[in-house]
Ligand binder design. Structure first.
Ligand code: AMP
Length: 403
């Protein structure tokens, strides 16, 4: 079965075409600047050179049409005909309390995703445009949706409730949902497979550290707690997001700086974190480089970033009353030797003993970076959210065909 995975944003659409017989990627690409002039389609077939096209793509329906043209192109395509695609899987950021697993798209599912627009105004409407665009272009192909929040629906209420008037939860569903669930779920499964241990027996902390960053306490394979909350702003310090802070800062800054709510929101989401403290960049590579050249603000940003991550790891080890496995993933987690070293060296009391040589190895597969004797196993696991979306979509469609 061939499965197309789509991640639709408000002005972009990323895609990946899988052959599920061996889970190989036949082609991938992205459409950027949808709705603007000079939209760009970048198409990367598996075994042919990349193709780039600039044209006018006014909406998502046209974007999917262009993707279909690319995928079936006689020279750089990967398919003879679009009807070779038997299923489409979409990434959807917010599944609220309604979705604790991936589902096939139905009228009710679409209605529920619409109800959740309020909780993810920047993401869910764009995902809906992606779903509708596929419906228009490929009306007979079943679609599935895979939610960033679903994996965390197993959190107990002690983890997901905020200590504020409960009427706000009842009326507006204000609670912690958590994000990056597809990644936390994928890497925790990979880690258990690597260790050849049943996931049900493990106390694991997974650290998804990229531009956005979150960690999760995974008890027996189920999310027990995670650092992002009702929105992806809570938790760890990130590239441009503040993470945890005293909520009283919001009205205080609004008053002192005469800022609107939108302006403070933008400050905390886009102009804080590593970027604000370093004054250099939100990119860990640039900050680390500046730190090694002696820049004091870069060092402060790096130290705060790793300190806050260490605090979460300590908190989650306490929350689970133990820890067997610590996993690093995503852009920073997979690549930053310096970050992993700084974090692991500060929490040796938990039974973590980092092997410096193994930490410095640059490989693309799952690898262990703790010493053989380390009580807690520390792993680097490359994340692959698209593959998990493809797998869930494949399984759902296969099941619906046999039932
Ligand atoms: P992601 O959001 O998972 O794509 O991660 C993106 C982030 O990964 C970038 O902003 C970089 O800060 C970070 N990154 C990528 N490569 C490296 C590297 N070699 N060393 C340190 N950080 C890296």
């Amino acid at each position: 079965m061939k499965v197309l995975v789509i991640n639709a944003g408000s002005s972009s659409l990323k895609y990946q075409l899988y052959d599920m017989r061996d889970e190989s990627v036949l082609a991938s690409g992205r459409v950027e600047r949808i709705g603007m002039d000079s939209s760009i389609v970048t198409h990367e077939p598996a075994d042919k050179p990349e193709v780039r096209q600039v044209s006018e793509i006014l909406d998502h329906v046209t974007a999917v049409k262009r993707v279909a043209e690319m995928l079936t192109h006689p020279e750089h395509g990967a398919l003879t005909h679009m009807n070779e695609i038997e299923a489409v899987g979409h990434r959807v950021v917010h599944g609220g309390e309604a979705f604790s697993s991936s589902v096939l798209v139905t009228q009710e599912v679409k209605l529920e995703i619409r109800r959740l627009f309020d909780l993810a105004p920047l993401h869910n409407p764009a995902h809906m445009m992606g779903i509708t665009a596929v419906e228009t272009n490929m009306p007979d192909v079943p679609q599935a949706v895979v939610f960033d929040t679903a994996f965390h629906q197993t959190m107990p209420n002690t983890s997901y409730l905020y200590p504020i008037p409960t009427v706000l939860y009842r009326r507006h569903k204000i609670r912690r949902y958590g994000f990056h669930g597809t990644s936390h779920s994928y890497v925790s499964g990979q880690a258990a497979d690597y260790l050849e241990k049943p996931i049900e027996s493990l106390k694991m902390i997974t650290c998804h550290i990229g531009n956005g960053a979150s960690c999760a306490a995974i008890l027996g394979g189920k999310s027990f707690d995670t650092s992002m909350g009702m929105t992806p702003l809570e938790g760890l310090m990130m590239g441009t997001r503040s993470g945890d802070l005293d909520p009283a800062i919001v009205p205080f800054v609004m008053n002192k700086e005469e800022l609107t709510l939108n302006e403070v929101n933008s400050m905390l989401n886009k102009h804080s974190g590593m970027l604000a403290v370093s004054g250099i960049s939100s990119d860990m590579r640039e900050v680390t480089e500046a730190m090694h050249e002696g820049d004091k603000n870069a060092k402060l940003a790096f130290d705060m970033y790793t300190y806050r991550l260490k605090k979460y790891i300590g908190a989650y080890a306490a929350a689970m009353n133990g820890l067997d496995t610590l996993v690093f993933t995503a852009g920073v987690g997979e690549n930053s030797v310096a970050l992993r070293k700084a974090v692991c060296e500060g929490i040796t009391f938990l039974g973590i003993d980092l092997d410096e040589e193994r930490n410095e190895e640059r490989r693309k597969d799952v690898r262990e970076i703790s010493k053989i004797s380390s009580r807690v196993k520390v792993l680097v696991v490359p994340t692959n959210e698209e593959l998990l979306i493809a797998r869930d979509t494949y399984n759902l469609v296969k099941k619906s065909k046999t039932s």
